[in-house]
Design a binder for this molecule. Structure first.
Ligand SMILES: O=C(O)CCC(=O)C(=O)O
Ligand SMILES: [Fe+2]
Length: 398
C-alpha cells in the first residue's frame, strides 16, 4: 500500500526514444535470425537464440538500448538500481495475430514480471495495418505504434491491455520485461550460454561467427498447427523471395531424402536468369546478406567505387529448373508467403533495383560489420563474466 502511494505511476509513452537507425538495425537482426514464435503468426528472436545459432555478436547492438531503457524504467517507477532485465526479444506479428485483454503477469510462472517495455520498431499504416494497442482504462487509452516510440507500464492488473488483429504487413517490437528479483536476471543466464558457446568457437577469431541454423521446424511457417512441411513455407526462403532473390544450390543433383539438409549447405543467390557467384555457407548466411543489403541499400554509392564488380553468371535452363524445384519445396504456399511478408507501402522499388555490384559491396560490408561486432563481443565477454552483468564496455586505443 505504502509502495502504491509513493509510486502511483503506472505507465508512460516515450516518443522517439530510439533513433530510426537503431530501429533499422534491430529490424535487420530480426529479419535475418527470427524463428516461428510461441503463437501462430508470430515470429521471434531471443538473445539466447542468437547465441545458440552462432550469432552472439548480434547481441551487441541491443546493449546501449537495454541500458537506456533500464535507466528510464527505474527512474520513472522510482526503483533505481533495483531492477533486472528478465527477458529481451524481438517479436513480430503478422496477418491474423492479435491479443485480447490481459495483464502481462497473468500466469503463475509470469509473476516475476514487474514492468513491461515495448519499443516499436516500425510504424502503423506505413509497415502494417491493424495492430493498435489499447489500455482498458486510464490515459492514454490507445497507442498507435510508431517507429522509435516506447511504451512502459507495470505488468500487473492495473494495466489490462489488448492488441488489435494485424490485417497486413509485419509489426515489429523490441520487448523487455523487468523484474525486482535477481533470480530472474537474464544477463546471468546469457553469460553462462555465452561462456559455453563462444569461448570454444572463438579461438580462431571473430570472423568465424557465421550463422548456424536451428532445427528446420523452427523456420517452418504454417497455417495449420500440425505442420509436416506439406503446406506453408520456410521463413528464410520466403524472406529471400519477397526481396526478389532466388536460392540456387551448387550441391549438384538434388536428392529428395537430403532436402531438409540442403539449407544447411553452401548455396548461392540468383535473380531472374543471373547467378551471383558468391557462395554463402547456408541459408541464414544468404538471408543475412539480403537483409543487410535491404537495410543499407540507400548508401551503396560510396562503396560501389571501392570494389571490383563481380559479374553475374547466366543460368542455363536446367539450372533455372532446379531453382523452381527448390522453390516448390521450400515455398509450398508461395501466395501465403507473399501475403505474410510483403510490406505495406515501403520499398516497392527495391525488387527492381538490385545491382550486383552494389550487392557485392553489401556482402563485403556485412563481413566488416560482423567482424567489428564479433571483436567487441570477444573483448567484452571477460568483463561480463567478472561482473556477471552484460553492459557496454568502453574500450580505449585503436
Ligand atoms: O506488442 C504489443 O504492443 C503488446 C503485446 C502484448 O501485449 C504482449 O505480448 O503481452
Ligand atoms: Fe501484454
Amino acid at each position: 500500500m505504502e509502495e502504491e502511494s509513493k509510486h502511483p505511476r503506472r505507465r508512460s509513452i516515450l516518443q522517439k526514444f530510439l533513433s530510426l537507425n537503431e530501429c533499422k538495425e534491430l529490424e535487420f537482426i530480426h529479419k535475418s535470425c527470427s524463428t516461428v514464435g510461441y503463437r501462430p503468426n508470430v515470429l521471434s528472436t531471443t538473445l539466447s537464440h542468437l547465441i545458440a545459432t552462432n550469432s552472439p555478436h548480434f547481441i551487441i547492438p541491443f546493449l546501449p538500448i537495454r541500458e537506456r531503457l533500464k535507466e528510464k524504467v527505474e527512474e520513472f517507477f522510482g526503483c533505481e538500481y533495483e531492477l533486472f532485465i528478465e527477458f529481451t526479444a524481438l517479436i513480430s506479428w503478422t496477418r491474423g495475430a492479435s491479443c485480447g485483454w490481459h495483464s502481462d503477469d497473468n500466469r503463475p510462472y509470469l509473476k516475476q514480471r514487474h514492468f513491461t517495455v515495448f519499443c516499436y520498431l516500425n510504424s502503423y499504416d506505413m509497415d502494417f495495418k491493424g495492430g493498435l494497442f489499447h489500455f482498458q482504462d486510464g490515459e492514454p487509452t490507445t497507442v498507435v505504434p510508431l517507429a522509435g516510440d516506447v511504451v512502459i507500464y507495470t505488468a500487473d492488473s492495473s494495466n489490462i491491455h489488448s492488441v488489435d488483429e494485424i490485417i497486413n504487413g509485419e509489426r515489429l517490437t523490441l520487448t523487455l520485461w523487468f523484474s525486482r528479483g535477481s533470480a530472474h536476471d537474464e544477463d546471468a543466464k546469457l553469460i553462462t550460454l555465452l561462456s559455453k558457446h563462444v569461448l570454444c568457437s572463438s579461438c580462431d577469431g571473430p570472423e568465424l561467427f557465421l550463422p548456424l541454423p536451428a532445427s528446420s521446424n523452427m523456420y517452418w511457417f504454417s497455417q495449420n498447427q500440425a505442420s509436416d512441411h506439406q503446406s506453408g513455407f520456410d521463413i528464410c526462403c520466403a524472406r529471400i523471395h519477397v526481396n526478389g532473390f532466388d536460392i540456387y544450390s551448387s550441391q549438384g543433383k538434388i536428392c529428395s531424402t537430403e532436402l531438409t539438409e540442403l539449407l544447411l549447405e553452401p548455396l548461392q543467390l540468383a535473380k531472374g536468369d543471373e547467378l551471383f557467384e558468391h557462395k554463402f555457407v547456408n541459408i541464414l548466411h544468404a538471408l543475412q546478406a539480403v537483409q543487410f543489403y535491404r537495410w543499407r541499400a540507400s548508401g551503396w554509392d560510396i562503396f560501389k567505387a571501392q570494389v571490383e564488380p563481380r559479374r553475374p553468371i547466366r543460368l542455363s535452363q536446367t539450372e533455372q529448373g532446379e531453382i523452381s524445384y527448390l522453390k516448390s519445396i521450400f515455398l509450398k504456399d508461395q501466395e501465403l508467403a507473399e501475403a505474410v511478408f510483403n510490406t505495406v507501402k515501403r520499398d516497392e522499388g527495391l525488387q527492381l533495383s538490385i545491382d550486383w555490384a552494389n550487392f557485392s559491396a553489401a556482402v563485403t560490408a556485412l563481413e566488416d560489420y560482423s567482424c567489428k561486432l564479433g571483436k567487441e563481443l570477444l573483448n567484452s565477454l571477460p568483463h561480463w563474466r567478472t561482473h556477471q552483468s552484460i553492459y557496454c564496455v568502453q574500450f580505449h586505443g585503436p
